[in-house]
Design a protein around this ligand. Structure first.
Ligand SMILES: [Zn+2]
Ligand SMILES: [Zn+2]
Length: 136
């Protein structure tokens, strides 16, 4: 199997120790962490890693196709290692973001009227509501 260092190299990124730890952590976290959450998780073992560096590393991963970002109001909000097309469900109480399998793009497009000549490059779908735990 390809190592994380080899993957970084294939994506044109030098395999620095900081990039390695951030990617390894991101892959182990399922709940779409924010930059402060990732930074906090690494701070004890990697005190020299700043929040700004975490942010820069994540954005390099997104550009290289190694991670996805969920934006809110145009700003990067949460990150994930899952780069396959999928939908999200977000709880307005605990702010957890859950992954859902993507439906058919063709059906989704057919369900709405795009402006004529509009070229769709990506589709992001977020269901908002309350998760089971918060509804109790
Ligand atoms: Zn919730
Ligand atoms: Zn996701």
């Amino acid at each position: 199997m390809e190592s994380i260092a080899e993957e970084l190299a294939r994506c044109g990124l030098r395999a620095t120790s900081q990039r390695l730890v951030v990617l390894r952590l991101l892959r182990g976290m399922e709940n779409h962490p924010t930059v402060p959450q990732i930074h906090r998780a690494l701070a004890a073992e990697h005190p020299s890693l700043s929040r700004k560096t975490v942010y820069e590393i994540l954005n390099a991963f997104v550009r290289a196709g190694l991670a996805s970002v969920i934006t809110e109001g145009g700003e990067p909000f949460r990150y994930e290692a899952n780069t396959e097309p999928h939908y999200h469900a977000r709880c307005r109480s605990c702010n957890n973001v859950f992954d859902l399998p993507a439906g058919s793009d063709a059906r989704l497009r057919g369900s709405t009227a795009l402006p004529e000549g509009f070229d769709v490059e990506a589709i992001s779908v977020t269901f908002r509501g309350l998760c089971a735990r918060c509804r109790e």
